[in-house]
Design a protein around this ligand. Structure first.
Ligand code: G3D
Length: 180
């Protein structure tokens, strides 16, 4: 269903709405963050089109946010959501040092895809409330973000449980789409 909708929207477009995809490994906090964005920092203005897409509105700027499953079996389908994407949000579990290599590989593979050539990247270093979690600096270094020159990117510390860091993320997203 999600794939069909993506294809239809790629064909017919969705005027005035900026397409965003949320990616990240399973358990990173994607769904928690999307829920926070819907209920706290933005007005939820329309019913969901499918179980994995929500519309959020930030002071007259509207985003259609696709929450893509992060399990290994689903990662191979991520590319089918890329068409017309303006912003990719990569959610990182800052406590999960072991799987950061997998995240790094997925990030760089994703950015090489032709449908994302114009997309900006927002890396959310989630679970900052957990003691001993990796800092934004450590995550940036590990993901080699400074090597990304073909895309505008930004890394933001956040906590999906409290919403801390998410208003700043929305401000950055808004500034990106308005800059285009
Ligand atoms: P996913 O959609 O990326 O798979 P979820 O991830 O949003 O389902 O979150 C996975 C687990 O991480 C959830 O815990 C959720 O409550 C927790 N989580 C999300 N964000 C944070 C955060 O900022 N801090 C902490 N401490 N936990 C967070 P459960 O126990 O429900 O599996």
């Amino acid at each position: 269903m999600g794939l069909l909708l993506t294809k239809l929207m790629a064909v017919f477009g969705d005027k005035g709405k900026h397409k965003v995809v949320i990616v990240g490994l399973d358990n990173a906090g994607k769904t928690t963050i999307l829920y926070q964005l819907l209920t706290k920092e933005a007005v939820h203005t329309s019913p969901t089109i499918g179980s994995n897409v929500e519309e959020i509105s930030v002071r007259n700027t509207r985003f259609l946010v696709w929450d893509i499953g992060g399990q290994e079996s689903l990662r191979a389908t991520w590319f089918s959501y890329y068409c017309n994407t303006e912003i990719v949000i990569l959610v990182v579990d800052s406590t999960d040092r072991e799987r950061l290599t997998v995240t790094k590989d997925e990030l760089h593979r994703m950015l090489a895809h032709e449908d994302l050539q114009n997309a900006a990247v927002l890396v959310l270093a989630n679970k900052q409330d957990v003691k001993g979690s990796m800092t934004v600096g450590e995550i940036s270094q590990f993901l080699t973000l400074s090597s990304i020159t073909a895309h505008t990117w930004h890394v933001q510390a956040c906590c999906g449980l409290t919403g801390e860091g998410l208003p700043a993320s929305l401000d950055w997203m808004k500034s990106r789409v308005l800059a285009n």
